[in-house]
Design a protein around this ligand. Structure first.
Ligand SMILES: [Fe+2]
Length: 238
């Protein structure tokens, strides 16, 4: 190993949120974004850059590192640290784009259709999502995800596809679980303590009512369905 080497040939870059740092005011302050993105998220990227320097992962994109370090569920020993280190980075990128200025409101189109079919109403879904966020003990994440029926049953038809609410501890990431992520809220304390102190319920309610980007959820659902259809096509043409 070259752990003493300071050679860094291709640094991963910290991706900025898709809006200015003050754009989510007053629901998420600029100060929170400056710390959460500018310090915590940046720290994860710096840490991963140190982990991969001089290894075979050096110079790859984050997505390539994810695929290579996960190694179909059996991370190679060399990649173990990096396999852990990419998760908070990916999760944070996904979290920033789960929000938008002027967010909240109600979903529409296919997202609304699937929510009503699976949960009965948007209110019921949001209540379950909020409970997942509040009952995640300690640090973690609450997700809305899409599960394709074929993942559970190869002969399942499209109507078996469904939405699920999932909570994950620490930096566990859905790319290693069996659902396509559509939405996430970060419930690590660093996500809300500057604006809400220890009031996680207030933070999660505000996230739901004022910050969620249903446009992002809708785009992600379309991508998930397209990917699922591609996989069905590939498996049926073998
Ligand atoms: Fe975070």
């Amino acid at each position: 190993m070259t752990s003493s080497s300071s050679r860094v040939t291709a640094q991963l870059e910290l991706k900025a949120p898709p809006y200015p740092l003050d754009a989510l005011e007053p629901y998420m302050s600029q100060k929170t974004l400056e710390f959460h993105w500018g310090k915590h998220h940046r720290g994860y990227v710096d840490n991963l850059n140190k982990q991969i320097a001089g290894t075979d992962l050096d110079g790859l994109t984050l997505e390539e590192i994810i695929v290579k370090s996960y190694n179909k569920g059996s991370p190679l020993p060399t990649f173990n640290n990096a396999a852990q280190a990419w998760r908070p980075i990916w999760n944070h990128d996904f979290f920033w784009s789960s929000m938008k200025p002027g967010g909240g409101g109600r979903p529409s189109g296919l997202v609304l259709e699937l929510i009503e079919r699976e949960f009965g109403s948007v209110e019921a879904l949001l209540n379950e999502f909020k409970q997942a966020a509040l009952t995640q003990f300690g640090s973690g994440w609450a997700w809305l995800g899409y599960v394709e029926g074929i993942a559970v049953n190869p002969s399942a038809s499209p109507e078996h596809n469904k939405l699920v609410v999932v909570q994950t501890p620490d930096a566990v990431n859905p790319l290693v679980l069996d659902f396509y992520p559509l939405l996430v809220v970060d419930v690590w304390e660093h996500a809300y303590y500057l604006d809400y102190q220890n009031r996680r319920p207030d933070f999660v309610s505000t996230f739901i009512e004022k910050l969620i980007s249903w446009d992002a959820v809708s785009e992600r659902l379309e991508e998930a369905i397209a990917q699922a259809a591609h996989r069905v096509f590939l498996s049926s043409s073998l």
